[in-house]
Design a binder for this molecule. Structure first.
Ligand code: ATP
Length: 250
């Protein structure tokens, strides 16, 4: 048994654990009500993917780890769903890659920002950005555009999991290398990413950390070769195919 009263061998264990964490996130004031809807949408895609990391997603996770390691300044953006689902795992990924963590909310309130920052600190984060909000993403209305000038504002590589399409597109237009985790290969966020990862964030983030640990001693040239060998269109097409071929009897 673990944090929920269901044995880990249960066939829907991961899905039930995910729902439990999101519900708890809403109760704690970390996750918005909208976050529940986003989760439901993600689950449907995950079901069709067989609730597993498909080979093209594993490749993308390795490339994303290489991007984070090769970056001048990498930032991991955290919203209410990300904080509820993978708080400790995000801290591990930041440690393995040297990236900063920044809280960045679509529905920003000071209270929710503070709760999420506290929640991340409870899971081992030493520095959490996003509370200054002294930078802007051009092309978005005031509230949605807020970032830290020395965080996402300054980053060359940004991980934006479960992000809304407008903001993902606006960040990509700023010239930042964008890594997106999203179970929907047709979402605008996934389509605008340099590295789209079509996988459940619960599996994707720990796998990226594992790849980052493997790649840690690679030279800049070796990381560059891994990054250059990636084709985003191909990764999206492979995920869409896997979903279209989805075997509902699995
Ligand atoms: P877009 O504007 O990019 O088309 P959207 O506005 O429809 O996207 P939302 O409804 O905000 O997007 O949902 C966020 C996205 O996060 C959805 O595409 C959903 O598939 C994805 N998602 C939800 N839960 C998870 C999860 N656990 N792991 C990965 N992706 C997820």
């Amino acid at each position: 048994m673990s944090e929920i009263e269901i044995p880990e061998s249960h066939p829907r264990y991961e899905s039930l654990l995910t729902r439990h964490r999101i519900e708890e996130g809403v109760e704690k004031g970390i996750t918005s009500q909208q976050g529940l809807i986003a989760q439901g949408r993600g689950e449907a895609f995950d079901y069709l993917l067989g609730e597993e990391t498909i080979p093209s997603a594993d490749d993308a996770e390795r490339v994303a780890a290489a991007q984070l390691l090769a970056a001048e300044h990498a930032v991991l953006s955290v919203n209410g769903n990300v904080a509820a689902l993978v708080p400790g795992e995000i801290v591990d990924l930041a440690e393995a890659t040297g990236a900063d963590i920044e809280v960045n909310l679509f529905n920003r309130t000071a209270e929710r920002m503070d709760r999420i920052a506290d929640h991340l600190r409870d899971h081992g984060a030493t520095a959490v950005k996003g509370l200054e909000a002294d930078g802007r993403i051009p092309g978005l209305d005031h509230e949605r555009a807020k970032v830290d000038a020395d965080g996402i504002g300054d980053a060359d590589v940004v991980l934006v999991p479960l992000e809304d399409g407008d903001r993902a597109e606006a960040l990509a237009e700023m010239g930042k290398t964008e890594i997106v985790i999203d179970l929907n290969p047709l979402s605008r966020s996934a389509q605008s990413a340099a590295v789209p990862i079509i996988d459940n964030i619960i599996r994707a983030v720990p796998n990226m950390t594992e790849h980052a640990r493997d790649l840690r001693d690679h030279s800049a040239a070796e990381l560059e070769a891994i990054i250059d060998g990636f084709d985003a269109e191909e990764a999206l097409a492979a995920a869409e195919q896997a979903i279209r071929d989805g075997d509902l009897d699995k």
